[in-house]
Structure formats: structure tokens, C-alpha cells
Design a protein around this ligand. Structure first.
Ligand code: FAD
Length: 360
């Protein structure tokens, strides 16, 4: 096992922020992952599992333990079920968007709206990755995990994963399992999912939308919002959305809408974007609340700021620190709380940093 010491984590994250890992191992197969965990356990070291680093905020002081960088590869398609049903099992270290592109090229429906999301397959169940009307929970058939405590490999059905909006059992107990592979249930020659209004509109008016056309439209929408990592884009260093959309009781949503009217942000409460969520709750747009709270796109606070293309993305412009980013995140969160009484919840995993930062 090749254990490297004092390895900078910033270049391994899309924010390009954070300090060094005391030790780092690249694990190219499942046995190497298990060996790395045993190595850390024998030394009493905490373990950080890292995929593509696109949903982590790493402390400036780094990670005082072992970082296991997942580098396992392999995809297996199986159409033995017949009737157009195809399963895909992908190793945790497969780049997510390569996998999506492959399914679309093979005319397999189920993941097309999730095009362009950075990171690796193994992280997708962690926050139930979702965008443009699909989330991985819609297609996940099982998640193969290594149970850290026992070293056993288990195949978990979706019911054992407790998937929710940007949420899962894995997110709540990160030290319990390492995801080794994910199996998706796809449909050959299935129709694309066009649930998301903006995507349906982008594809309206032409011939019947194809999976390839849908992928292209999603990529174009993402590029416009700097939600695709593109060299040279000044908004490229981010974790995508920094906060999740608040899911609140209907009464709290109405209060927020009334406050927006009182602030002069809208004329009538119906103008506030909101969508029905599970259990009679209401989902609000965090980006809308942030802008209406007086935090504009393009705001700069030295080396960090708000994306010029999306109010929900906090960006690092280079030469900054995680402390500066979190200070801005707190400023945004405080502004929304003061105007609308809503508490924003960060979407990325905080590695060695408390949230809210003022509780440090
Ligand atoms: C420009 C941009 C756009 C984005 N758009 C979206 C979007 O539309 N929708 C969305 O949901 N997300 C989006 N994201 C967030 C991010 O890309 C996803 O959450 C992605 O799945 C993270 O993958 P990763 O491999 O980079 O994970 P990492 O950032 O490396 O890890 C994220 C978390 O998962 C854990 N983890 C990673 N791999 C494993 C594993 N194998 N086993 C156990 N735990 C693991 C880590 O410990 C960490 O807690 C975006 C990010 C960026 C930068």
C-alpha cells in the first residue's frame, strides 16, 4: 500500500481550498479500500473517503487522519431481465458523467437529466444526487457497501438507504459504510424524463425529445449557470449549490412570502416560487431567497464570492481560504434568516469545519 504523507487536498477538490491530509492512499480496487481502512484502524486514525472532491469543504488545517481516494473502475451492463430492462453496475470510482454519457449513447433512459454533474459514482447515493427532474434514487436498484465495523460487503436495497431530498442514511452516518458500487435500473429506448419545466421548455417545439437531445439540453442549461466545470469560467471553483432548498411547513412558506411582499421584493405572495414536497411540506428556492435577501449574484468578498451565474453557488476566485468562504456562507445564511426567518442548510460535507462557523 502506497501511503503518502502531508498531501495537499485543495487540488483534489473543486473549490481548490483546504489544507493537507496527514496521510493519503489511492485505492484502485475494493481490496485496497479494505486494506486502507484496516491500516487507519490499527493506528486509531480517522478516515476521510474522497471521490471527486466536488461536494466537500475541507478545513484550512486539513485532515489529521487518512484520506482514502477512491479510484476503482468498472461498468457492467446486464439486460438479462428482458423487456427493455437493463441494469448497470458501476464501480464507486467511475467518473459520474462518463457513466451518464455511456448510458445515453446506449439509448438507456434513467440518468439523462443528471448529465454534467461532477464527481464519481460512489458519491451519488450519499446525497441522492439530483437535477432537472431526476435523482439517483429514481433508478438505484442497490448500493454495494463495505461495512466499516465488520469489514463485510453488503448489497443494500433502496429501502435501506433512506433516500430523501439531497439526503440518505449514508449522509447521516459517514463512518458506517464505504460505497463500493452502485447498480441502476435503466430502460432501453425509454423516453427521457421531462418533469422539470425549464428543461421541457428548452426541448419544446422540435421533434420528440431523445435521450441524447435531453443530455445536450441539460448540459447547455448547466453551462449557462456555471453548473458545469469549464476551464476558464470564473465561477468554476465551487461545490455547485452551497445550500439545499429549504423544505418547510406550508405556514412557514406563507410567512416567508408575506415577508417578501412587505420587503417590496414581490407584489403578491403567489409570486414566490414554491413546490409541493413530501408530507404536505413546501420546497422553496434557496437561490431566490438569497437574491431577495439582498445578496446579489457576482458579490465579491476578496478571494471568494457569489457566482455571477447562480445565486446559490459560492465561488473561490483563487488565493482564498476555507475560513473566508465560510464567513461568506454565514453572511448569506444570516441575510436569509433575517429577511425570511429561514435557516439555510449547507449541501456539501464539512470536513473538519463546524457549521455554522460562529460555533467554532
Ligand atoms: C459545478 C457543480 C455542479 C454540481 N451540480 C450538482 C447537481 O446538480 N446535483 C447534485 O446533487 N449535486 C451537484 N453537485 C455536487 C457534487 O458534484 C455531487 O454531490 C457529487 O455526487 C459529489 O461527488 P464526488 O465524487 O465529488 O464526492 P466528494 O465531494 O469527493 O464527496 C462527497 C461526500 O461523499 C462521501 N463519499 C464520496 N465517495 C464515497 C464513497 N465511495 N463511499 C462513501 N462515501 C463517499 C465523502 O466522504 C463526502 O462526504 C455539483 C458540484 C459542482 C462543483
Amino acid at each position: 500500500m502506497n501511503v503518502r504523507d502531508d498531501v495537499p487536498l485543495a487540488p483534489l477538490t473543486t473549490l481548490e481550498l483546504g489544507g493537507n491530509a496527514r496521510h493519503l492512499v489511492e485505492a484502485a480496487d475494493d481490496a485496497a479500500i479494505a486494506e486502507a481502512l484496516r491500516w487507519a484502524d490499527a493506528r486509531g486514525l480517522p478516515v476521510l473517503i474522497l471521490g471527486g472532491g466536488s461536494n466537500v469543504v475541507v478545513a484550512d488545517r486539513g485532515w489529521d487522519g487518512l484520506c482514502v481516494r477512491i479510484a476503482t473502475r468498472g461498468r457492467r451492463f446486464d439486460d438479462a431481465g428482458g423487456g427493455g430492462a437493463v441494469t448497470l453496475t458501476a464501480a464507486a470510482g467511475e467518473p459520474w458523467d462518463d457513466v451518464v454519457a455511456d448510458t445515453v449513447a446506449r439509448d438507456l433512459a434513467g440518468l439523462e437529466c443528471l448529465s454534467g454533474i461532477p464527481g464519481l459514482v460512489g458519491a451519488t447515493p450519499i446525497q441522492n444526487v439530483g437535477a432537472y427532474g431526476q435523482e439517483v434514487a429514481d433508478t438505484i436498484r442497490s448500493v454495494t457497501v463495505l461495512e466499516r465495523r465488520t469489514g463485510r460487503v453488503l448489497e443494500l436495497p433502496p429501502a435501506a438507504c433512506s433516500f430523501g431530498y439531497r439526503d440518505s442514511a449514508f449522509k447521516h452516518d459517514p463512518d458506517f459504510f464505504v460505497v463500493l458500487a452502485v447498480t441502476f435500473a435503466l430502460r432501453r429506448a425509454g423516453a427521457p424524463t421531462l418533469r422539470y419545466h425549464e428543461l421541457a421548455e428548452a426541448l419544446a417545439g422540435g421533434a420528440a425529445p431523445t435521450l441524447a437531445g435531453t443530455r445536450a439540453a441539460v448540459l447547455a442549461l448547466r453551462r449557462k449557470k456555471s453548473m458545469l466545470i469549464v476551464d476558464g469560467d470564473p465561477n468554476r471553483r465551487s461545490v455547485g449549490s452551497f445550500f439545499t432548498n429549504p423544505v418547510v411547513a406550508a405556514a412557514a412558506a406563507e410567512t416567508a412570502a408575506q415577508r417578501a411582499v412587505a420587503l417590496g421584493a414581490i407584489r403578491s405572495p403567489d409570486e414566490m416560487p414554491r413546490w409541493p414536497a413530501a408530507g404536505g411540506a413546501v420546497k422553496l428556492s434557496a437561490g431566490w431567497l438569497i437574491e431577495r435577501a439582498g445578496v446579489p449574484k457576482g458579490l465579491r468578498r476578496g478571494p471568494v464570492g457569489i457566482s455571477t451565474a447562480h445565486a446559490l453557488a459560492l465561488v473561490h476566485h483563487g488565493g482564498g481560504s476555507t475560513a473566508a468562504l465560510l464567513q461568506l456562507a454565514q453572511e448569506v445564511s444570516d441575510a436569509v434568516h433575517a429577511r425570511f426567518g429561514m435557516t439555510l442548510v449547507p449541501e456539501p460535507t464539512m470536513i473538519g469545519v463546524p457549521w455554522p462557523p460562529s460555533e467554532n
